[in-house]
Design a protein. Structure first.
Length: 263
């Protein structure tokens, strides 16, 4: 019997799960996350290094009522994985530029828009409907995406993430060492490593605060939601208030899946 951990750390077996569940698969730059939803609520989320066809078959065998699935991937999905999803689920959606959305996508080059970006703003608008929202996804890259109170996704910004900035300083210079993120509150560094850490980490905080301030100048009553693997980095560092939602992309993907089942 397959046992999966839910996000609160409790372990449940397959026969404890409710019926009418959806499978949400989010394949990012560095990791894959699968989530099970029941009636719009996340029941289980599990990070994986690699998602295999046998994982899909095992999930389906353990949960026969799991009939709808959606996958979002920032890299190519192996054909055997697509085939397993198509064969095992009555409804299967591979998110792309042509997938109907429960919001209005005003991006001019929809085919180049990251699937994780659009899923995150869908999730944000699902969580905070009828409000202006800036979504900050702090991962390999830092993305700033805006959806207005009419449910119109207008676009956003893309910036290098924490690790990418540290690596760039090391790889594109002759002698600068590779530095890792750690707590650093001094205004400036007294060693080269501290100077790099101060420059990268303070720089990202100042960048995020300035972006938020700029959006607030144009859009009142702005909600700011931070998600992604480095979301915790911003804790107690930004002068602006914000919400943290680690499962925003999965929430958006599930909402897209449900929306396509209704149209």
């Amino acid at each position: 019997m397959v046992h999966l951990p839910i996000r609160y750390g409790h372990w449940i077996s397959a026969n404890e799960l409710l019926t009418e569940m959806n499978l949400v698969i989010d394949i990012g730059n560095t990791r894959t996350k699968i989530s099970l939803f029941n009636r719009g609520e996340m029941a289980i989320t599990v990070p994986l290094d690699v998602l295999r066809t046998e994982d899909i078959n095992r999930l389906k065998n353990e949960h026969p009522s799991l009939n709808k699935a959606i996958i979002s991937a920032v890299r190519d999905v192996p054909q055997d994985l697509k085939t397993a999803l198509q064969q095992n689920f009555e409804t299967f959606i591979e998110l792309d530029a042509n997938t109907p959305l429960p919001i209005e996508n005003c991006y001019q080059t929809k085919e180049t828009l990251g699937k994780d970006r659009i899923a995150a703003v869908v999730g944000a608008f699902k969580a905070y409907p009828n409000s202006n929202i800036l979504v900050i996804d702090a991962g390999t890259a830092i993305t700033y995406d805006f959806i207005n109170d009419k449910g119109q996704y207008l676009g956003g910004n893309i910036s290098p993430g924490l690790e990418m900035r540290f690596k760039a300083l090391h790889q594109f210079t002759g002698k600068l060492p590779l530095v890792r993120q750690s707590d650093f509150t001094n205004l400036f560094g007294r060693t080269t490593e501290e100077a790099i850490r101060a420059g990268v980490q303070h720089g990202i905080v100042h960048e995020a605060d300035r972006v938020i301030d700029s959006f607030k100048e144009f859009y009142k009553n702005l909600n700011v939601i931070i998600t992604g693997g480095d979301a915790n980095f911003f804790d107690l560092k930004l002068k602006n208030s914000f919400f943290v939602h680690f499962n925003l992309t999965a929430l958006g993907l599930n909402h897209i899946l449900e929306y396509n089942g209704e149209i």
